[in-house]
Ligand binder design. Structure first.
Ligand code: HEM
Length: 616
């Protein structure tokens, strides 16, 4: 009997070796290894007098128990490649731990606590490495995940930023595989792990945010910002959930910019339609509210996506159960419909879609030949050697969905956070108001807004304290490498936790956790405004290299300049139009408690009272 049990244990340990070598999460292999092997072994116990049921129970429990213990023992052992890096036992043992923390939306504060406890580098968990097995299968759905135990590091050190994300940095990590269904062969730009493919797909995005293209978007930004102010002026008692209205604003605007639909043909430029007040972007939340529940869908879809990002193998399973990912699927379907509508209707304006579908001159001639973007295919080699392949409809749809998430939620978060801080800091509020008031009638002039020092400082400070991507963007190395001063073995994923980094006193002092726009102003102006804090210039630290809300390098935020235009415009108009204060009885600590990190921020309510200003 003892011999049989020992044999069971050996088989379990051998199975661990197979997992360690291949770490497959293909359902078929999983069934074979986790169910097939112990089922076959059950027969060993039966001759020793056990009934088949008892033999089965004993075999399965012994097998799984030994396998689990063997896996965990290895991950906690000094032989693990990341053994020298500290971290909590739960994280070292399994990535599931972090996945559950992520589900609660508190990754950012959890990482901050870990860094305070363990230092700049923390081993936080296991991250499977996607290993494609042959091009054809890889293009469809066969990804096999392989991992060498818990192998993810959070690095809160400015020295890691350039080697990880700079021009010669690392490709994206497996975090992105979990967010996108395996079956979805065309991933959005943000989730592309192949650097060459990323460069190819990024090109039209760069065009979409060129200086000329941005000029063309100004008009939409102004219209939506004015519409927001007008809508807020009409709210009874001026009591509103500011967070919700700013979400409506950013969602309507990015829809306008992403795919300006047919209706806009009827609108004279710069004017809204007097009969239906439609601006034409396909979303009218400022006017109608979130009647289609799109904002809700977008936020709900992020929660499960974040969970799956940490455990991509579970994500692959979840996508087989439509109910689990129904919000995610519904949101993607909506984006798909918008993209198809935009393609069919066309647009007289150069919206983001226009730039995404345009690939040099080849595209227009192809468009004449065929109506099906899916089947267009032509390859040109550009001067930098990367083939410029016209996009398929699937790529456009995928990137269109990305534009909506990346371009709406981020903006509304920065601006809502900014107002939260301003209302909490009356001095900063007055300083900003005074600066904006000086613009007078020219408040909608982009050229006048751009150089305003206090406005830029206040937005920077909001971006510093709550970067919209709170926990950074994961990278991965398949070779042994050095990330700044840290040796990182092959098969490790890494990221810089922006929230903790940007609140680190080594990089931002004094008062790194306090909203202090003056830290961004030049000396001696900052000392004149806040002598107690900034007179001792020697002790003031502002390390702009540690300020990475838009990330850095070839995968950084391509929409950064657009974001700045939007944020400046809507802040200027709102500050000029209203006095804003918290609603009676609002508990300001709720703002922190309600804020969730689901890769993008999901925020709570911000109830405020808006009083129209008489003397603007
Ligand atoms: C304050 C506003 C914004 C912030 C803080 C922000 C931040 C970020 C961050 C951190 C990334 C990830 C970069 C990386 O993986 O290294 C990103 C990517 C991206 N963002 Fe933004 N973003 C903002 C607004 C926008 C807007 C308005 C758009 C317009 C559609 C946009 C489009 C994108 C796109 C397309 C990517 C993927 C870039 C790539 O993978 O090459 N973002 N953004």
């Amino acid at each position: 009997m003892i011999k049989v049990v020992l044999r069971l244990k050996s088989c379990a340990q051998f199975t661990h070796l197979i997992f360690k070598r291949t770490e497959t999460h293909e359902p078929l292999y999983l069934v074979a290894l986790l169910l097939g092997v112990p089922a076959a072994l059950t027969s060993l116990l039966v001759p020793h007098g056990s009934s088949i049921i008892v033999a089965g129970i004993v075999t399965f429990l012994t097998f799984w128990g030994t396998l689990g213990a063997s896996v965990i023992a290895y991950r906690l052992s000094p032989w693990h490649p990341l053994a020298k890096y500290p971290g909590p036992l739960a994280c070292k043992a399994s990535k599931l731990w972090l996945a559950f923390i992520a589900l609660r939306g508190k990754q950012h504060t959890y990482y901050a606590k870990l860094h305070d406890q363990y230092g700049d580098v923390v081993r936080i968990g296991k991250s499977p490495r996607a290993l494609s097995i042959g091009r054809t299968r890889a293009r469809h759905r066969a990804l096999i995940y392989r991992a060498i135990g818990p192998n993810e590091l959070s690095i809160r050190d400015v020295a890691a930023i350039a080697p990880m994300m700079g021009p010669h940095g690392l490709p994206k990590g497996p975090f992105w595989d979990g967010r996108v269904p395996e079956a979805q062969t065309v991933k959005p730009l943000l989730a592309l792990r192949d650097k060459t493919e990323h460069t190819r797909r990024r090109r039209p995005w760069t065009r979409a945010f060129s200086t000329a293209a941005l000029k063309g978007y100004e008009h939409f930004i102004t219209i939506r910002s004015v519409q927001l102010v007008e809508a807020l002026e009409n709210q009874p008692n001026g009591e509103v959930d500011f967070a919700q209205w700013l979400s409506f604003f950013s969602y309507d605007l990015i829809n306008d910019l992403a795919w300006v639909t047919f209706e806009i043909l009827l609108q004279p430029l710069g004017l809204k339609c007097t009969s239906c007040s439609r601006f034409g972007g396909g979303s009218e939340m400022i006017r109608d509210g979130d009647i289609k529940g799109m904002w809700h869908l977008m936020e709900a879809s992020q929660r499960i996506s974040t969970f799956m990002s940490h455990v991509p193998w579970l994500g692959a399973l979840f996508f087989r159960f439509p109910n689990v990912v129904k919000n995610l699927k519904a949101f993607r379907e909506n984006c798909q419909n918008c993209a198809i509508a935009r393609k069919n209707h066309g647009s007289p304006h150069k919206d983001i879609f226009h730039h995404l579908v345009r690939r040099g001159h080849a595209f227009s001639s192809l468009e004449e030949k065929t109506n099906c973007l899916m089947h267009m295919y032509i390859v040109q080699i550009d001067e930098d050697g990367v083939s410029d392949t016209p996009p398929t409809m699937a790529e456009i749809v995928s990137d269109g969905g990305l534009a909506i998430i990346a371009g709406s939620d981020t903006i509304s978060n920065v601006v809502t956070n900014l107002f939260y801080f301003l209302i909490s800091n009356p001095t900063a509020y007055k300083r900003l108001q005074a600066e904006i008031d000086e613009l007078g009638d020219q408040v909608t002039d982009y050229a006048k807004q751009a150089p305003l020092p206090y406005l830029n400082a206040a937005i920077n400070e909001s971006l510093r304290l709550f970067p919209p991507v709170l926990s950074g963007s994961q990278r991965h190395t398949d070779i042994n490498t050095a990330i700044g001063p840290y040796y990182v073995p092959a098969g490790t994923s890494t990221f810089v936790p922006s929230f903790s980094l940007q609140r680190n006193p080594r990089y931002f002092s004094p008062l790194p956790n306090t909203f202090l726009p003056e830290r961004w102003l030049p000396y001696p102006l900052q000392a004149e405004l806040e002598p107690e804090l900034f007179s001792d210039h020697e002790n003031v630290v502002l390390n702009t290299n540690a300020f990475v809300p838009f990330s850095v390098g070839p995968s950084n935020c391509v929409g950064k300049n657009l974001a700045w235009m939007e944020m400046r415009m809507v802040v200027c108009l709102l500050i000029q139009a209203f006095e804003v204060r918290f609603a009676e009885g609002y508990d300001t600590t709720r703002w922190y408690e309600d804020m969730m990190d689901y890769f993008v921020i999901v925020k709570g309510e911000l109830p405020v009272v808006l009083t129209p200003r008489k003397h603007k």
